[in-house]
Design a protein around this ligand. Structure first.
Ligand code: GLA
Length: 378
């Protein structure tokens, strides 16, 4: 394997200095067995573009396992937290790179009422239901489907969630596709249909560390979030219902700010979140447009990540629960060595009528798109 990475590093170095002159490799998708989850085989897919940018996705959880992008010298490194074997994922990691659903984020007291009927969900986060419950979409095997179009490296996956699974009504057929384009964009598209009315909120839970070194903290990363309001939370991280202006608070990222610059500020919301673990309110774009949500840069490596989305919310989580304690499989996740920028609907929307609606009904199609664009600042 290491021979392959070296060759890709060289390709990437050539690509950043002289794009036109280098003989561009074709975008490709390769796959290999990645182990077994119980009786089921798990596959690892590798998407590569003409610059040598490489994205790995496994069928367990439709999970982003690695994203390798060049730094300003052309050196490729993995910019998300992940493992090169399946075992640590099965032993339990906090949603590294996973597709979370049926409802990403929290639902208060693990219950909601829909069309006059109360539903009890699986309770896996204090009193609340988090990321779909005890066995959400991140712990299910997704089926790979043929993907249309040959111009980009594309992987399309499907998961059928049974009616009643984790307490949710209706059989939900969910699709996620990952498309890596030659202009260094990873386009993530979600869609879903249902047999009965149900809340739906699908998101990716990658932890970014643009240094490429998972032992360094993300506190020096510089973040911009294009939002003037956020949803303050209570002590179990459920929104209070208020859309609070960020102006004059440590939540104002409308201009680029180092994540560590205000994270220890004397602020009640930072105390409740143990740092940043909040939803920002993205102003809706016209129609179903993919609008700018956030830009993250690492001044040391020069790597930059731009995030665009059709979603109304962005959960910025600064890795506060990566606490340096050994996980079940002996691995340690040092404190704040990864951060999540989860494009999604607002937390607890099924219980908050003023929030954008998350209910999908039979005959309707849920769809959402998020685009990650990788670049370097010289
Ligand atoms: C989400 C939540 C966090 C935490 C992580 C997983 O991002 O907002 O509070 O639960 O997932 O550890």
């Amino acid at each position: 394997m290491s021979g392959v990475w070296t060759a890709m590093g060289l390709l990437a170095a050539v690509a950043t200095t002289s794009l036109a002159a280098s003989p561009a490799p074709k975008p490709s998708v390769a796959h290999a067995p990645f182990g077994r989850a119980g009786n089921e085989a798990v596959e690892l897919y590798t998407l590569t573009n003409a610059h040598g940018v490489e994205v790995q996705v496994m069928t367990y959880g439709a999970t982003l396992v690695s994203i390798k992008t060049p730094d300003r010298t052309g050196r490729l490194a993995n910019i998300i937290l992940g493992f090169d074997t399946l075992q640590p994922y099965l032993a339990g990691v906090p949603y590294f790179g996973a597709t979370v659903g049926r409802y990403a984020n929290r639902i208060a007291n693990a219950r909601f009422t829909l069309d006059g009927k109360q539903y009890e969900l699986s309770r896996n986060d204090g009193p609340n239901s988090l990321h779909g419950g005890s066995r959400g979409f991140d712990k299910r095997i997704w089926q790979v489907e043929p993907s249309p179009g040959k111009s980009a490296a594309t992987l399309r996956m499907k998961y059928v969630s049974a009616a009643g699974e984790e307490g949710y009504p209706g059989e939900l057929t969910a699709h996620v596709s990952y498309r890596l384009s030659d202009d260094d964009r990873l386009v993530i598209e979600y869609s879903a249909t249902t047999t009965a009315a149900t809340p739906v909120n699908l998101a990716n839970h990658a932890y970014f560390n643009l240094t490429g070194d998972p032992h360094q903290t993300i506190l020096g990363h510089v973040l911009t979030i294009d939002a003037s309001r956020f949803t303050p939370v209570n002590s179990t991280l459920i929104p209070l219902g208020e859309l609070r202006p960020v102006a004059g608070t440590p939540f104002d990222f409308r201009t680029p700010m180092a994540i560590g610059s205000r994270i220890a500020a004397d602020d009640e919301q930072l105390r409740l979140g143990h740092g940043y673990d909040h939803n920002w309110v993205l102003e809706p774009a016209a129609g179903h447009e993919v609008r700018l949500a956030a830009v993250l840069t690492d001044p040391t490596s020069g790597r930059s990540l731009e995030i665009r989305t059709t979603q109304p919310g962005l959960q910025f989580y600064s890795g506060n629960f990566l606490d340096g304690k050994p996980a079940g499989h002996g691995t340690v996740f040092p404190y704040r060595t990864g951060l999540c920028l989860e494009t999604q609907h607002f937390p607890d929307s099924p219980n908050q009528p003023a929030f954008p609606d998350t209910i999908l009904r039979p005959g309707q199609r849920y769809s959402a798109t998020t685009v990650l664009r990788f670049s370097v600042q010289k």
